[in-house]
Design a protein around this ligand. Sequence first.
Ligand code: MIC
Ligand code: SF4
Length: 645
Amino acid sequence: MAKNIVQKIFEAHKVHGDTAPGSPIGLHVDQVYTQDATGTMAWLEFEAIGIDRVKVPLAVSYVDHNMLQSNFMNADDHQFLQTAAAKFGAYFSKPGNGICHQVHLERFAAPGKIALGTDSHTPTGGGMGMIAIGVGGLEAATVMAGAPLEITMPKVVQVKLKGKLQRPWVTAMDVILTLLKMLTVKGGVGKIMEYGGPGVKGLNVTERATITNMGAELGATTSIFPSDKKTLAFLRAEGREQEWVELAADKGAEYAEVIVLDLSAVEPMIAQPHSPDNVVPIREVAGKRVNQVCIGSCTNSSYQAMRAVASILKGHTVPEWVNLLINPGSKQVYQMLAQKGLTADMIASGARILEASCGPCIGMGAAPGTGHISIRSYNRNFLGRSGTKDASVYLTNPIACAAMAVKGEIVDPRDAGLSLDKIKDPEKFLVNDNLIIPPKADTKDIRVLKGPNIKEVPVKEPLRNSIEAEVLLKLGDNITTDDIMPAGSKVLPFRSNIPAISEFVFENIDKTFSGRAQAAKPQGGGIVIGGENYGQGSSREHAAIAPMYLGLQAVIAKSFARIHRANLINFGVLPLLFKSGGDYARIEQGDRLAIRNILETIKGDQNFRIDNLTKGYTFEAASGLNDRERELLLKGGLLPHTKNG
Ligand code: MIC
Ligand code: SF4
């Protein structure tokens, strides 16, 4: 039978189940990586499982998010991660080595493999022809402890690329922004986007990686490109050509859906505040004055992209009202830029060069001023994520960013009258792995060091048979995990301290939430009501653990984003789906709901009858759990399940 690429990789890694959409499937995993902001929990969870050494062929612990060290907390976390990596058999990528996805692409990603990362942009590796999936920390910890990855088989959608980009001003970023405009932030939920068609060969690996990276914003489980001569060229330039295998869909391979995109028709695009799918051609919003421009992040910081940026900036000075910040994605890119004198061009233009880390993307510094417009080559512009609630953040390609930095206003780069060198892919990248510490063979004398801010992972009690709880918050569609558990330089240092971080739950939506949840806890706890695509965005399991710690019993929504739903289940919180939109409309904050006979219903047809005690009516909601998910919930989550079998 003709197979698509996803089927080929999944079948080669299958432990149990099958590849029919909607079926549960268990997969053998080749690589797992963590980053610091989610990794402290993941490694604490790994430690709590009680296994001596990781059981996957490759594990890497990166430090790239929590890089501002305004006190001991982040530095202690880095030390914990380094000692845990040494103790448990993982590589450790030191602070300064770069953003996990960029470094992983350069140094570890390989076609045909399956990788998990505790970050939603793990699909960056799809540019290499790898299945790379973002998961919560506990999921990663159990896989590192030897369990297969358990997922529900997504639908495979083909994105057929025709034609060629109008280079040099139109880039891979414009391709994914165009798809976001077409499909929205919910368009990829339950799907894997497999790229194909004649347009693929015109894109190099880092361009493909930009597209698969931001496929996360479609809500897709992951995205993947074929592995071809371009993949081989990239691996060869990284000195890793022996890791190349060719991968293509068979002729006649079937897809659940086919989307055709003509690359020649793609224009420079921009996502307006406050969602990555609020996309228009740049020309439609041209002329607005910009205050800040940020270039880099895991989406757009390849050496080629940065070279292009440097060539636009060369000989110009950014206007007096513009702040330009550049965060190259990796030490490799940074060092190559420096070697070629390109950072000098950037610096001369007035750019503030940041370290190779996430930086402003996650609000780790460089928050815009009040009411300011910030233009970023990043992937998310959710309200408040930059650290400034009333700033307007736009997302666009790095070349357009550079043009806007020079012009001081939003401009289609084709209309900016600037010149840009023709950029060729380097034949050799500068490989210097001196900030990657390999796993140690002898680990018996290694002590895992934990600073005073590092607290144990809380665990929920087994599922109750009946919940009587208050609706603490009623929300609309597309609530992000940034909304639920904000990031930024103030909150991120508490990522390894759930009691402390729980005080910030829903802070940007309702400052009283944490206090009200704690008050409701002795009264049966709380319930949150969501609309469509509840929990989109970041993979941070803190968005499940911290509300659980505050007494959250259930979330009832119209639909859930994949990673957040898994995180809720992993931490014992019941995710329920409204049967009718009318019932969503009727519920109000403050209502008391009763969900009874939970254990029997979960084991049975999973259709819950819920009493609204305040308003005196009954409505239905379904849990739609597969067998494994039922078992996890009944035991109080994945940690008790993994520890106690
Ligand atoms: C993000 O881009 O939102 C993050 C910060 O990288 C997150 C991970 C986190 O919250 O630590 C993600 O994408 O999963
Ligand atoms: Fe870091 Fe931003 Fe990429 Fe998340 S999206 S990994 S915060 S650069």
